[in-house]
Design a protein around this ligand. Structure first.
Ligand code: GLA
Length: 380
């Protein structure tokens, strides 16, 4: 069954896309369409945007810039949503472990939520034991973004804007963030992040999609094969704060330099894994910081044949193996998510960089523009 281009342009990119996720209909491109998704407790409207291009279909919420679903075909052309998510805004507000969300002002942890910049000490919102995680209690994932749809040449996309005021969650400076989600005619999903500040601050933006290339709710990702182009990773203390060491992956379960199934070493009695309940670490990418996105990781599901290739200009990649999923959340497909039912690959600067002089700097100063890009390419 194919959906006609006219239907899509007639608005509903949304209608076309909200139809069954199964089937082999190729995603038609067109202007992104918007519909009301729900309301926050204070009445604020949350919109859902639907866009499609090059065989990839994306649904994005104005709340947290959340990727609610991302549909791609398998080797037989059958579509599945490969990103974990919820059906209702209430679930995102009440209990989302950052499903699909934009993360800021600082992705991952800052030890004790404290850092010193230009001789001044700052105390951030602490929301993960004694540490600050993903920007604090009300990070960018819990904010409503201003969203604009666009088409440009053969690209289809969204611009998302958020202004984080001086002092929000303890961070200095008003930060103006702009994130662009682009679906290319090849069906690649590109994220371009930009930010400026009016006082020196620290910034580390990322995206927290939970991937399961077999389809969300289809079970474990332990059969997925992963490659990460990194010879070192940053070991952590029991609160998952880097110790500052850059340890070699060689001869450890952290070696993903050649394609390896995630399940192979996930139960190794390595102290770093026992502590993190699996993988929840930052890999120091061999290429370091680069001028443009370079390929750093490949994820492949041998059953469906679906592949995800990630390219970034960032120096680090957090691989989190869904360790805290515990069967208490029910996703868009009506099934519960258990430990290891998805994984995250977050391109980033290293966690807790503001407290480690040997890590690349995350300081942003007035007059400078923070810019970073990550590209997700899909295949089957
Ligand atoms: C990141 C962290 C994990 C966990 C998840 C969200 O990936 O590194 O420890 O907090 O986010 O549950």
């Amino acid at each position: 069954m194919s959906m006609s281009r006219r239907t899509v342009i007639a608005g509903a990119a949304a209608a076309g896309l909200t139809a069954a996720t199964a089937g082999t209909a190729r995603a038609a491109s067109g202007r992104p369409a918007r519909e009301l998704f729900g309301r926050l407790a204070d009445g604020t409207k949350v919109y859902r945007w639907s866009l499609a291009n090059g065989g990839t279909r994306l649904r994005v919420l104005s709340y947290g810039g959340v990727v609610q679903s991302l549909e791609i075909p398998d080797r037989r052309g059958h579509y599945a949503n490969v990103a974990l998510g919820f059906d209702a805004i209430e679930d995102y507000v009440a209990s989302s472990p950052y499903f699909g969300a934009l993360i800021g002002r600082y992705g991952n942890r800052i030890g004790k939520g404290q850092f010193t910049l230009d001789g001044k000490s700052y105390q951030l919102s602490v929301n993960d034991g004694v540490n600050s995680l993903h920007g604090g209690a009300q990070g960018f994932d819990k904010r409503v973004w201003d969203v604009e749809g666009f088409t440009s040449g053969s690209d289809v996309g969204l611009h998302l804007y958020y202004i984080s005021v001086d002092g929000e969650m303890g961070y200095p400076g008003t930060l103006r963030a702009k994130v662009t989600y682009t679906l290319t005619r090849h069906g690649d999903w590109r994220i371009d992040y930009e930010a400026t500040t009016d006082k020196a601050t620290v910034v580390n933006l990322t995206s927290h999609v939970y991937w399961n290339l077999g389809g969300e709710g289809s079970g474990t990702i332990e059969n997925h094969e992963l490659t990460i182009a990194a010879s070192r990773y940053t070991p952590t203390d029991s609160g998952l704060i880097p110790t500052g060491e850059l340890a070699k992956v060689a001869g450890t379960p952290f070696d993903f330099r050649g394609a390896k199934s995630i399940g192979r070493d996930i139960r190794a009695a390595h102290p770093q894994q026992v502590q993190a309940k699996g993988y929840d670490h930052n890999w120091a990418l061999d290429k370091g910081i680069t001028a443009g996105p370079e390929h750093v990781a490949t994820l492949r599901d041998p059953d469906s044949g679906r592949t995800l290739r990630i390219a970034t200009d960032q120096p680090g990649l957090q691989f989190y193996s869904g360790n805290f999923l515990d069967g208490t959340l029910t996703g868009t497909g009506g099934r519960t998510y258990r430990q290891g039912d998805a994984l995250c690959l977050e391109t980033q600067h290293f966690p807790d960089s503001p407290n480690h002089a040997n890590f690349p700097s995350t300081v942003l100063r007035p007059g400078r523009t923070y810019r970073t890009s990550t590209l997700h390419s899909f295949g089957a």
